[in-house]
Each structure stands twice: as C-alpha cells, then as structure tokens.
Design a protein around this ligand. Structure first.
Ligand code: ATP
Ligand code: FE2
Length: 320
C-alpha cells in the first residue's frame, strides 16, 4: 500500500511516500524569511509556489506515480490557517482527480508516531518539542495524554525569539546550538518547572534585559542549559509517575545534540532506555504524515476542515 503524506502546517511544505510503513521518500522546503518571523500569508504563498515540485520530487524518488497512490494523508492541524489550507486543498484536488481516499492527520501525533517508528520504542514517555509545542506525553487508554506542557510559548519559539534579537534569522535553533557549543560561562536564568509543566516567557524577558556583558556564545549556552534541564526534569517526573522506562524526544528541537545528550544521561542514571531520532524526522516533514495516515488507514473520516487548534489529546487513537 502506497501512502502520500502532505505537510503544510507552518513554515515547511513537505511530501513523503511510505509503502506499508516503510519510508520511500521525504521531500521538503522550509520558508526562511530574510528578517522577522513567519507571516502566515507568506507561508501559504511559499507552499503554493513549491507544492507541485515537491510532490513530483517525492513521487519520482519513490519511483511511483500518482495513479499508484492508495491513500493520501494531510496535516489537518494545529497550525496557521492559510498554510494548513494549502495542504488541505492540494490533497482534496488529488483525491478527487485520482479517486484516492484521504485522511486528515494531527501534526503533533505524526511527530510522535514517526519517533516511535524510527526508534523502535513502543511505549515511551515522549518529549515533543518544536516551535509551537512543548509537551510531555504518554499513551494511556486510547489517547496520547499530555502530562505536562508549556504554560506559554513553545521552546523552539523561545529560541527563535532570542535568536532574532541576536540577529539570527529563523529558524535560530541550529545557529544557537553552534554558539552554545563554544560557550564557557553559565549565567543563571529563571528556571520554571511546576510539576510537569514548564514556562519560558520569564526567560525571554530576562534575556532581553541582560546588561550585554555575556558573549553571544555564553547567552546561547546559558539558554540551552537552562531550558533543556527544565524539559528533562519534567520528562523524568513523567517517567517516574507513569512508571515508563524509556524516553524519546521528537519535534524540531529534537535535532539538538545537547538536548539528546541530557536525555540520554538522565535515562542512563535511572536504567531507562533512550533512543535519538534521526535528524531527517525531527522537524516538520511529509513522511511523518504519510506514516501516521498509514496507521489510520482503516479510519473512516468525513470531516476534512482544517483545525488550527487541534490538540494532541483531542485525537482518539484507534490503531493501537
Ligand atoms: P509544531 O507545529 O510541531 O510546533 P513547528 O512548526 O514548530 O512545529 P518543527 O519543524 O517541528 O516546526 O520545529 C521547528 C523549531 O525547531 C524551530 O523553532 C527551530 O528553531 C527549532 N530547531 C530546529 N533545529 C534546532 C536545533 N538544532 N536546536 C534547537 N532548536 C532547533
Ligand atoms: Fe512540527
């Protein structure tokens, strides 16, 4: 069974093909504005401009044509409405034209499912960290339950905002990671963990008022050490509470080596298992949507309206 997955929730337009759960191709392009953050209208224009090329590349590198596709999955939410609409419209058009069934996929669940699939860990605690989302999740009774989450902004969003102030264009994560690796001096930042919830806006304000004595490397270092420690503390608490002995980290920020190192050290200390996900599947991509659509293949759906506020725990999981 060939499944095409289309991702378009925010900055990235992606298309991926899976065959019976195995990824055959994963093509994407990310909008990188010259300055400032992502403007929803500009994201949609980017997606419309690149959709047909990215689709063609995904089909070509999988070695199939649209006529071979058995199911289409598209990101139904959460995300920016204009951007979401591109994936919904492209998938509706292909579904009509080639008579292919389609399913709407929750973008957050797709980040979780691709992490389970590529680490081979069936029932971990999952730390889902991206631009818009920061959640500590585990599977319980037919749903992915959110045990802890950010009370304000996502951790990727915090990194991007601080990066922007330092003159680093979106997405700032990779550059901040490089700077942090050269940092030497730790300045303490507001550390805010409440149970399994975290809060980041205090850090943003604090960094914006720092007197400027710290180098960019030291600010990046202090930022990473503080926020990643908060995230790993919340994850460890969830593991103890749920009696789970494994952890995976997923979402765009899961690309960060230091975050993975902290997760792996914490797991080693409690004799738990930790597996890092491949870089290719950390950020937004079409293969994760195709993979999740494949899992949902028996699901009969007739509500295809985009859902900008579609939460992880709103989805009833029928395939587990
Ligand atoms: P979601 O809808 O899941 O919130 P998203 O739109 O934020 O997704 P992702 O691709 O999942 O998109 O995540 C992008 C975020 O990941 C950006 O904030 C980016 O700065 C951050 N990021 C990417 N690479 C790294 C890295 N190496 N270190 C830290 N953060 C990173
Ligand atoms: Fe994402």
């Amino acid at each position: 069974m060939y499944v095409l997955g289309i991702e378009s929730t925010a900055h990235t337009f992606g298309a991926g093909i899976v065959e019976d759960g195995k990824v055959l191709s994963n093509e994407r392009d990310t909008l990188k504005p010259a300055s400032g953050g992502i403007v929803p209208r500009e994201a949609a224009a980017h997606h419309y401009r690149l959709a047909s090329t990215i689709l063609k590349n995904a089909l070509d590198s999988a070695g199939i044509g649209l006529k071979d596709v058995d199911l289409i999955g598209f990101s139904q939410g959460p995300g920016l409405i204009p951007a979401l609409k591109v994936g919904a419209q492209v998938s509706a058009y292909l579904s009509e034209k080639y008579m292919i069934r389609r399913v709407g996929v929750n973008h957050c669940i797709a980040h979780l499912e691709i992490a389970r699939a590529c680490t081979g860990i069936d029932d971990p605690v999952m730390l889902y960290v991206s631009g818009g989302n920061t959640q500590v999740i585990t599977y319980l009774g037919g749903r992915y339950v959110v045990f802890g989450e950010t009370e304000d902004i996502g951790v990727g969003n915090l990194i991007d905002k601080i990066g922007r102030r330092m003159g680093i264009p979106f997405p700032a994560g990779p550059k901040i990671e490089k700077l942090a690796a050269a940092g030497k001096k730790y300045s303490s930042l507001p550390y805010s963990v409440k149970g399994m919830d975290v809060s980041f806006s205090g850090i943003e304000t604090y960094v914006s008022r720092m007197p400027g004595k710290d180098s960019a490397e030291d600010v990046a270092f202090s930022l990473q050490e503080t926020v990643f420690a908060m995230l790993i503390e919340a994850s460890e608490r969830a593991m103890a509470y749920c009696k789970k002995d494994s952890l995976v980290i997923t979402g765009g920020v899961a690309a960060n080596a230091r975050l993975n190192e902290m997760g792996s050290v914490m797991c080693r200390e409690r004799s738990a298992r930790f597996e890092r996900i491949p870089l290719e599947y950390a950020g937004d991509n079409g293969a994760m949507i195709a993979h999740t659509a494949y899992l949902m293949r028996d699901y009969k759906q007739n509500d295809f309206v985009v859902k900008p506020r579609y939460r992880t725990d709103m989805v009833e999981i029928t395939y587990r």
